[in-house]
Design a protein around this ligand. Structure first.
Ligand code: LLP
Length: 863
C-alpha cells in the first residue's frame, strides 16, 4: 500500500474508556479501511489512569501504593469484561511488570524520573492492549505495536533528567525503516500508544502531558500520512472556550500558524507541540468528535488566510506567573537582558511573554511549558536578586486576541478595550508574527473579560453583514424565508433552457412583479424609481414602466436607453431621474435636455459652470454622514466617500445656487447598497427634515435605494411594511414634501438566476472543485465583494448535498471562485448548476475578460 494512504488517528482518554467508545473507534477504523486508507491508531490511557499512576508513584513513598495498584487493575479488568476480552493474555503480563517496578521502588523509597516514566507508560500499554484485543475480536486485523520501538527521543535537546524523561522531544523526519516495516505487515490497522517513546539507550521516556497528540503528529510525519485525525470529546476549536462563553463559533479551517497560536494561548483541544510535525510536511490535521463522528469540525492545514484581518478567538490561559524585575541600573546598560534571561535558562524555565521599560522587565512563565513548581520559582528569584529586585505577580491569566493581521485592526479594538475598565493590566504583548495581542491580568478577571471581548470582537463582527468572508454554511430553503426560491418550482423549464444555451441568466417575470408590487404598496412613498444600473434588460424595464415605476439613471447612456424604449418619458421629471457623479458639464446639459430631474452631488458644477443651471430646478445630494451596505465598496456616504455635499457646506451651496440663478427643489441621499435594517431610510428622512428650514423650495426627498435582499444563510428579509410605517410621521408632518425611493437590487435580484454547465470536477488534497462554464467575467460580485450567491445542482435537486466543494469558473485568476465550501449534491460533467439571486449587478457588470463572452439573458414568462 502506498505511503500516502496512512491515516493516523488519535483517541484520547475519554474515547477509550468504555465499550461504547471502542465500538465507535471500530466503526471509524472500518470506515477508513473501506475508503482505501490504512489506519494507524494512537491511544491514550483510560481517562483518569495517568492521574492514578501519578498518585501510585506518590503512594510508593507514602506506603499507599497497594490500594492504588488494585484500583488501577480493577478498572482495566472491568473494561476487559465489558469488551469481552480475556485478561490473562492481554493484561496480566503488564500488571505483573508494573507491580514489580512499584515493589522495587517502595523498597528503596525513591522514584527517579527514569522510573517515573516507566511506570506512567503502563497507562497506554494497558489501554492499547485491551483495544487491540477488542478490535481483533470484532474481526479487524489489527497489529499492536510498542510505540517505543519507533519513537526515539532527541536527547541532545534536554539535559536535565526531569525533562529528558518526562518531557522529551522526538525526531520526526520521514522514517523509511518504519514505513517499510508497516507496509510489509498484513494487518490492515496498526494500534499503538501515545505519550510514550524511548531514548537512544532504550529507556522509556514521556512526551509531557497532552503528549498523545504529539505522538500522533510524530507518527503522521514519519509515515508521511495522508492526514492526521485527533478524536476528542469536543467538537473542534471554537472562537472561545465554550465553558466561558455561551455560544462560541466553531472555526472550520485554520492554518497551522493560527492553530499554533490558538492552542498556545490556552485552547485545550490540542497540544500546541503537535502542530510542528504536521506543518512541516503539510499534513492536514482534523479535529473530530467521538461523540458525533459524522460531524466535520476543525481542519488545520495549508489555508492561506494571510489577507484576512480579524480577531478569530478570544483565548484565556490561567495559571500564568509573572516575574517582575526592577532595576535602576538598566537604562542604557549593555547586557542586562542577557544576564536576566541567563538565569531563566539556568533554571530551565521557558519565558512566554516579555515587556520592558526603562527600569522594569516583566516576563511570564506559563504552566504548561514549565511544569512549574514553587521550589523552582523560589530558586529563580533567589538567583535573580543578584542582578535586580525580582518578585512574583500572580495568579494571573493571559487573555489573548488571536487572529490575522491584528496590527491593521488596532483602531477597531479601541472600544473593546474599555472592558478592561479599572482593572490592572500587568503586561501587554503584541506578537511579532502579528497573530496575537495578549493582556495579562488578575486570574479572577479572566472569565468576564473573555465573555465581553468575545461579544464585542467576535460575535458582533460575525453577525454583521459579512465582508469578504469565506462562507461557512449553506442555507436551507426555510432558513431564509422570503428568499424566493421560485426556481425550485420551475426547475424543469430552467433545465431545458440551459440545455439549449449555457451559461444563461434567466429572469422570472412573476418574481419581478411581486417585488414591484411590494414597493408600490408603500403608501407613504410617493414614487418608486428603478435604478437601472442594477439590470437594464428591456423586458424588465418594460414591466416596471407599465407598473408606473420611474427610472433612475446615472449616465447619458442610461438616459438614452430609457428614452429610446419609452419615448413618452422625455420631459417627465417625475418619471426620470439623472444622478451622475463627477460627470462633465456636457452630461448635465444632456439630462436637462431630456427633461429628467437632475441631481448635483458636488458644489463644483454650480461654481464652475453656473450658466448650465441658470433658471433650472435642481436636486442636491447631501451626505448624511453614515454609510451603510453589504461591503465597503458600496457604502456611499460618510467622510471617505466621494459622494454628496456635506451639510456644513449648505451656506456655500445656497450662495452658489443663488449666483447661478437655480432653485433647489429636491434633496437626495443614498447611503449604500444591500441594507437589511428597516431604519436606514427613516434616518435619512429625519436628517433631511433638519435641513428643510434652510431650503424652503424643497418639494421632494429622495431617500435613495439600497434595499437589500437575503443572500446568505440567516439574513433577514427586509420589512418593507416597517419601512413604510416608519415614514408615516414625516409624511404627516411635511405633507408638501413627497418621499421618493430609488431601489435597484430589491426589484430584480431575486428574480434572476444564472445557469451554468459543469465542465470538470477535481480534487486537490483537502479541496474539491466543481468547474462550470461561467466565471467572474459574467458574475464579478463574489470576487469583488466576497458576495454570496446560493448555488445548487439543478440537475440533482433531490440528491443529498453531501460534498463540500469550491465552485470555480474558467477565468485565469484564483479569484474566479463563485462559491467556497459549498454543500452540493455530487456533480458530474454536464450537470446544470443554478446560481441564485443573480438578477441584480450580474450581467450589467460583466465583461469579456479572457475574451470569453458573458452569459446571455432570457425571460421566464408568467404561467
Ligand atoms: N441610487 C444611487 C444613487 C446609487 O448609487 C445606487 C447604487 C442605487 C440608487 C441603487 O442601489 P440598490 O438599491 O441597488 O442597492 N454593484 C454592487 C452595488 C452597487 C450599487 C451602486 N449604487 C453590488 O453588486 O452589490
Amino acid at each position: 500500500m502506498d505511503a500516502s494512504s496512512w491515516v493516523v488517528l488519535k483517541f484520547g482518554g475519554t474515547s477509550v474508556s468504555s465499550r461504547e467508545r471502542w465500538e465507535t473507534i471500530r466503526d471509524i477504523v472500518q470506515d477508513h479501511i473501506e475508503n482505501g486508507r490504512r489506519p494507524f491508531v494512537v491511544c491514550s490511557a483510560l481517562s483518569g489512569v495517568s492521574d492514578e499512576l501519578e498518585s501510585l508513584l506518590q503512594g510508593v513513598i507514602e506506603g499507599s501504593h497497594e490500594a492504588i495498584l488494585a484500583d488501577i487493575r480493577q478498572r482495566h479488568l472491568d473494561l476487559a469484561v465489558q469488551l469481552g476480552v480475556q485478561p490473562e493474555s492481554t493484561l496480566l503480563p503488564h500488571f505483573e511488570q508494573l507491580s514489580r517496578l512499584v515493589m522495587g521502588a517502595s523498597l528503596i523509597q525513591e522514584v527517579s524520573p527514569r522510573l517515573h516514566a516507566k511506570v506512567m507508560a503502563y497507562g497506554e500499554l494497558l489501554s492499547t492492549s485491551l483495544g487491540a484485543a477488542f478490535l481483533n475480536c470484532c474481526g479487524l486485523n489489527v497489529d499492536w505495536i510498542d510505540a517505543r520501538e519507533h519513537l526515539v527521543s532527541d536527547s541532545r535537546k534536554l539535559t536535565r533528567a526531569l525533562q529528558r524523561y518526562l518531557s522529551a522531544h522526538c525526531q520526526f523526519t520521514p522514517d523509511d525503516v518504519m514505513q517499510k516495516d508497516m507496509a510489509s505487515r498484513s494487518a490492515n490497522c496498526i494500534l499503538t500508544q501515545g505519550f510514550i517513546a524511548s531514548d537512544p539507550n532504550g529507556d522509556t521516556v514521556l512526551l509531557g502531558r497532552g503528549g498523545s497528540d504529539t505522538s500522533a503528529a510524530y507518527f503522521a510525519a514519519k509515515l508521511q500520512a495522508e492526514r492526521c485525525e485527533i478524536w476528542t470529546d469536543v467538537a473542534g476549536i471554537f472562537s472561545a472556550n465554550p465553558r466561558m462563553v455561551p455560544e462560541p463559533f466553531l472555526l472550520k479551517r485554520l492554518d497551522y500558524d493560527e492553530a499554533q497560536e490558538i492552542t498556545s494561548s490556552g485552547a485545550q483541544v490540542l497540544h500546541p507541540r503537535c502542530l510542528d510535525p504536521v506543518k512541516q510536511y503539510h499534513i492536514p490535521l482534523h479535529i473530530r468528535c467521538t461523540l458525533n463522528p459524522k460531524l466535520e469540525s476543525t481542519v488545520i492545514g495549508d489555508f492561506d488566510s494571510s489577507d484576512e484581518a480579524r480577531v478569530k478567538v478570544i483565548a484565556a490561559k490561567s495559571g500564568v506567573t509573572l516575574i517582575s524585575m526592577e532595576t535602576m541600573g538598566m537604562w542604557q546598560e549593555v547586557g542586562f537582558l542577557a544576564r536576566v534571561f541567563d538565569k531563566f535558562s539556568e533554571h530551565r524555565l521557558s519565558v512566554d511573554l516579555v515587556s520592558t521599560s526603562q527600569s522594569n522587565v516583566t516576563a511570564s512563565l506559563d504552566q504548561v511549558a514549565n511544569a512549574l513548581d514553587p521550589a523552582s520559582i523560589e530558586a529563580l528569584l533567589e538567583d535573580l536578586q543578584e542582578v535586580c529586585a525580582a518578585r512574583v505577580i500572580g495568579p494571573c491569566a493571559a487573555i489573548s486576541l488571536v487572529g490575522r493581521n491584528i496590527r491593521s485592526i488596532m483602531h477597531e479594538l479601541g472600544p473593546a478595550l474599555k472592558v478592561f475598565g479599572e482593572h490592572k493590566i500587568h503586561l501587554v504583548s503584541q506578537a511579532a508574527n502579528d497573530l496575537n495581542l495578549t493582556f495579562v491580568v488578575g486570574e479572577d478577571q479572566a472569565q468576564r473579560l473573555v465573555r465581553e471581548l468575545h461579544a464585542l470582537l467576535v460575535q458582533k463582527k460575525l453577525e454583521a453583514p459579512k465582508e469578504n468572508q469565506t462562507e461557512e454554511r449553506e442555507m436551507e430553503d426555510d432558513e431564509v424565508s422570503g428568499a424566493h426560491v421560485w426556481w425550485r418550482k420551475r426547475a424543469d423549464e430552467l433545465l431545458d433552457m440551459a440545455r439549449d444555451e449555457s451559461p444563461l441568466f434567466v429572469y422570472d417575470e412573476e418574481t419581478l412583479d411581486e417585488a414591484a408590487e411590494s414597493l408600490l404598496a408603500m403608501s407613504n412613498v410617493e414614487r418608486i424609481f428603478y435604478a437601472i444600473k442594477a439590470n437594464a434588460h428591456p423586458d424588465i424595464l418594460s414591466r416596471f414602466y407599465h407598473a408606473g415605476i420611474g427610472f433612475e439613471c446615472v449616465s447619458p447612456g442610461e438616459l438614452d436607453h430609457i428614452v429610446r424604449l419609452f419615448p413618452d418619458l422625455k420631459g417627465q421629471s417625475e418619471r426620470m431621474l439623472f444622478t451622475p457623479n463627477f460627470a462633465s458639464g456636457e452630461e448635465y446639459r444632456h439630462g436637462f435636455e431630456l427633461g429628467a430631474s437632475v441631481t448635483l452631488d458636488n458644489l463644483y458644477p454650480l461654481e464652475a459652470w453656473p450658466n448650465l443651471f441658470k433658471g433650472r430646478e435642481i436636486f442636491v445630494r447631501i451626505d448624511p454622514g453614515k454609510g451603510r451596505g453589504h461591503h465597503k465598496h458600496v457604502k456611499t456616504a460618510g467622510e471617505h466617500s466621494k459622494f454628496g455635499i456635506l451639510p456644513t457646506q449648505i451656506p456655500r451651496l445656497l450662495d452658489a445656487v443663488k449666483k447661478a440663478d437655480a432653485r433647489i427643489v429636491g434633496l437626495h441621499a443614498h447611503t449604500g447598497s444591500g441594507i437589511l435594517t428597516y431604519d436606514a431610510w427613516i434616518d435619512t428622512a429625519r436628517f433631511f427634515t433638519s435641513l428643510l428650514e434652510q431650503l424652503p423650495d424643497v418639494r421632494h426627498m429622495d431617500l435613495g435605494g439600497g434595499l437589500g435582499i437575503p443572500e446568505r444563510p440567516g439574513q433577514p428579509v427586509l420589512d418593507t411594511v416597517a419601512i413604510n410605517e416608519s415614514l408615516r410621521p414625516i409624511r404627516l408632518a411635511y405633507p408638501e414634501v413627497a418621499i421618493w425611493l430609488e431601489p435597484g437590487r430589491y426589484l430584480v435580484a431575486r428574480a434572476g438566476v444564472l445557469l451554468a454547465k459543469v465542465t470538470q470536477v477535481k480534487e486537490k488534497r483537502e479541496t474539491a472543485f466543481v468547474g462550470i462554464d461561467v466565471g467572474m467575467n459574467t458574475l464579478i460580485r463574489p470576487a469583488l465583494y466576497g458576495a454570496y450567491h446560493r448555488i445548487v445542482n439543478l440537475s440533482r435537486l433531490d440528491d443529498t448535498r453531501r460534498e463540500t466543494v469550491n465552485v470555480v469558473g474558467p477565468i485565469c485568476e484564483t479569484g474566479d471562485t463563485l462559491g467556497y465550501n459549498r454543500a452540493l449534491a455530487p456533480s458530474q460533467e454536464g450537470d446544470i448548476l443554478l446560481i441564485a439571486t443573480a438578477g441584480a449587478y450580474g450581467r450589467v457588470m460583466s465583461s469579456s475578460y479572457n475574451m470569453r463572452p458573458p452569459a446571455a439573458e432570457k425571460m421566464l414568462a408568467r404561467r
